[in-house]
Design a binder for this molecule. Structure first.
Ligand code: SF4
Length: 72
């Protein structure tokens, strides 16, 4: 990921609390970049989904609406 101007002071703590199961992601712990990247693809980050849905790696808005429309 280019253009990272400065290291995030919260990166390590964010990383420890990140529920994302996708390996080798260079945005892990950099929540601003993670969110920006997923929003640009009409997706949400891993932490927006329950763990069973997160593991599908379908992070689309549609999947989010489908998941919470049903579960509340
Ligand atoms: S949700 Fe996406 S950008 Fe964020 S840590 Fe997981 S794979 Fe990386």
């Amino acid at each position: 990921m280019g253009g990272r101007k400065k290291e995030c002071p919260n990166q390590q703590e964010n990383r420890e609390n990140c529920p994302c199961t996708w390996r080798d992601c260079d945005k892990k712990g950099y929540c601003c970049e993670c969110l920006k990247s997923h929003l640009s693809r009409k997706e949400l980050p891993a932490c927006a989904f329950p763990s069973d849905v997160e593991r599908s790696y379908d992070r689309s808005f549609e999947r989010f609406v489908k998941t919470y429309g049903r579960r509340g």
